[in-house]
Design a protein around this ligand. Structure first.
Ligand code: GGG
Length: 347
């Protein structure tokens, strides 16, 4: 099975290296790898954040393991050349529309959560974020308005097919868990959200066994901090899901702990930590590789049909944490490589 290895920028290569060590032990030569340039690294090497050579590897691969993109050197570039266009281009180019972001507190990390331990211990949810639409892909630009002033615009747009297909992923995910789906929108203000809510209700007719609720995104942000245990699966749009999953990560200990899978309709997927490239700590051995290692486990489970191997990696991460290993984001001083060593020792 072929994996497209896309380390990217900043701490991306460091965390991917640790995930690769773990995969080598757990699945060995059942996987082969082809590395591709993405993000600022790709722009600096060949003048584009998502070169055709990388897309070609990505199309052929059974799954993609992605580090992070983002580079302050590229901040002044026109938008189509910015590093972040690599991840958007992969999602659009491969129809990767369903981004699953599980947020669960490892019991050993109760002290690292931004919440009180008794509140944090209840967090065990999945955010299902749509990733092919919304303001990320709508028409955008800077124009001059009637008063002669510069005006930025990003069109927020969803069609009913985009909403129904992600709603189905939400319902299926809830059905396989505790049977509760909360659809998050802003239907009191936004037309896209009203359509979102109407379509989710229509789709719910096919899932009478799933308990559906609706929440405005501002309330959802508050409820995630007040009582995260009330959520099982959250289904939401691209922008709201991006924001809420970063928030959920701090409830679960650290943004360095949250993995993700972004799937197409056939479970081909791109797997990445939800964190970005963290240029402030790049190259210093301070990055937490566990979100990437857990993303590799999701890749084995969702795209490669190796659930036992995925379980083995997740158990090893829990054991490593129980052994006391902590990167700086978790309040410790262990290095990126030492966290990798601890997971390998626990396997
Ligand atoms: N590993 C996640 C990452 O690199 N994030 C940077 C980024 O551009 N994120 C945009 C998004 O997830 O929509």
């Amino acid at each position: 099975m072929l994996i497209a290895l896309l380390p990217g920028d900043g701490i991306g290569p460091e965390v991917i290296a640790q995930a690769r060590r773990v995969l080598d032990v757990v699945v060995g030569d059942r996987l082969t790898y082809e590395e591709g340039l993405v993000g600022g690294a790709a722009y600096k090497a060949v003048g584009h954040p998502l070169p055709e050579a990388t897309m070609e590897i990505a199309r052929r691969a059974d799954a993609l393991l992605f580090g992070a993109v983002g580079d302050p050197d590229c901040d002044a570039l026109e938008r189509r050349l910015r590093p972040e266009q690599a991840i958007l281009g992969l999602r659009a180019g491969l129809s990767l529309f369903a981004n699953l972001r599980p947020a669960k507190l490892f019991p050993e990390l109760a002290d690292a959560s931004a919440l009180r331990p008794e509140v944090a211990s209840a967090i065990d949810l999945v955010i299902v974020r749509e990733t092919n639409g919304d303001v990320y892909f709508g028409e955008k630009g800077i124009r001059t308005n009637a008063a002669g002033r510069r005006e930025g615009y990003d069109i927020m747009c969803y069609d009913e097919d985009e909403v129904s297909r992600i709603a189905r992923v939400g319902f299926e995910t809830a059905r396989a868990r505790r049977g509760k789906l909360c659809s998050v929108d802003k239907a009191n203000v936004l037309e896209t959200s009203q359509l979102w809510r109407d379509v989710v209700i229509e789709v719910s007719a096919d899932y009478p066994d799933v308990q559906l609720s609706h929440m405005y995104v501002d309330n959802a942000a508050m409820q995630l901090v007040r009582n995260p245990g009330q959520f099982d699966v959250i289904v939401t749009g691209n922008l709201f899901g991006d924001i809420l999953s970063d928030q959920a990560s701090m409830c679960a200990g650290s943004i360095g702990m949250l993995p993700s899978a972004t799937l197409d309709a056939n479970n081909k997927g791109l797997y990445e930590p939800i964190h970005g490239s963290a240029p402030d700590i790049a190259g210093q051995g301070k990055a937490n590789p566990l979100a990437t290692i857990l993303s590799a486990a999701m890749m084995l489970r969702y795209s490669l049909g190796l659930p036992a191997e995925a379980d083995r990696i997740e158990a090893a991460v829990a054991k490593a944490l129980a052994g006391g290993v902590r990167s700086p984001d978790l309040g410790g001083t262990h290095t990126t490589a030492q966290l990798g060593d601890a997971v390998l020792a626990a396997l």
